[in-house]
Design a binder for this molecule. Structure first.
Ligand code: HH2
Length: 295
């Protein structure tokens, strides 16, 4: 109930056990918050900010204090037009940070990657969730997650980040994304990942235009009903918010991010991935209380 969602949640330490289920982290009496920690030089809003270990640790501490439940570490930008980095470089960026965060903070860590080798290195270093925006396009990544008993977040993406904004074609975007996420979940299950370890994400901004992103956020309940797994959304600071509010600077899009998160939570979202954890937490608490009041 609303009173539960209003209790302070910062500094929670809830790393799932090796036999863990999504329900340990993603449950209906709160909105699970993933704090974005990109250790990249070129991410569209926080690129370069957490480039060294000390900055990453300080950023992670601040996000936990603000109420993040999971730290989402990424070593490759997937913004539209981004060029891929090598696997070696992606591991060199992420592994030491995951190791330090796991050792010093003990919080659940997700590794934001599309590559099996990067996921494996991060799981070895202490991560417990694989956040794959490509929805398990690399079968080897799914196998690694299955072997390690990791939770997986499967995002919706057609094609590659470098080219995803070309030739965008959807009819009923909610139905099509739902179908393709159902296929991703089936691939993950075939690789040995139990359904209770899977979270789905409609891939806000990944090969979608503004109207598509709005339809996906406003209709989260359709994904929940169709897929039967927790739903995470990641609208944070993305271009469609800039377009809607005439704000060209990504770091100035936190208020519009909170509005988008609130609507998605009201529409049924279980989790949000954000740069500004403190604001998103408040938006999510209010939206969750309203969602419960609607019943
Ligand atoms: N969006 C980004 C990266 N990872 N993961 C999930 N599950 N959902 C998302 O919507 C999502 C994600 C892109 O945003 P960001 O990490 O801020 O930027 P960049 O890709 O430039 O590093």
């Amino acid at each position: 109930m609303a009173s539960k969602s209003a209790k302070p949640e910062s500094h929670e330490r809830e790393r799932p056990s090796s036999t863990g289920r999504t329900t340990e982290l993603f449950h209906r009496d709160r909105v699970t918050i993933l704090g974005v920690l990109n250790v990249t030089p070129d991410s569209f809003s926080d690129g370069g900010r957490f480039a060294d270990l000390a900055a990453a640790l300080a950023g992670a501490r601040a996000q936990l204090a603000a109420g993040a439940h999971v730290l989402d570490v990424g070593g490759e930008s997937t913004r539209p037009g981004a060029q891929p980095v090598t696997t070696v470089e992606e591991i060199a960026r992420t592994r030491p940070v995951v190791e330090a965060l796991a050792k010093e903070l003990g919080a659940p860590i997700s590794i934001d990657t599309r590559r099996a080798e990067v996921a494996e290195a991060a799981l070895d270093a202490g991560a417990c969730i694989v956040n794959d925006v490509s929805g398990g396009a690399d079968a080897a990544l799914l196998r690694v997650a299955a072997q390690r008993g990791a939770l997986v977040i499967l995002g919706h993406l057609r094609g590659q980040p470098a080219t995803m904004m070309r030739d965008i074609a959807f009819g009923d975007v909610v139905a099509e994304v739902g179908d393709e996420l159902a296929a991703a979940i089936a691939r993950a299950e075939a690789a040995g990942i139990a359904r209770e370890r899977i979270v789905a994400d409609p891939g806000i901004g990944f090969g979608k235009r503004t109207a598509h992103n709005l339809a996906l956020l406003a209709n989260v309940e359709r994904f929940r009903a169709r897929l039967g797994v927790p739903i995470l959304v990641g609208p944070s600071r993305k271009a469609f918010l800039g377009e809607l509010t005439s704000e060209p600077v990504p770091a100035r899009r936190d208020l519009s991010t909170h509005a988008a998160c609130a609507v998605a939570v009201f529409a049924g979202a279980d989790a949000v991935r954000v740069h500004d954890v403190a604001g998103a937490r408040i938006a999510a608490q209010v939206a969750l209380a309203l969602r419960e009041a609607r019943r």
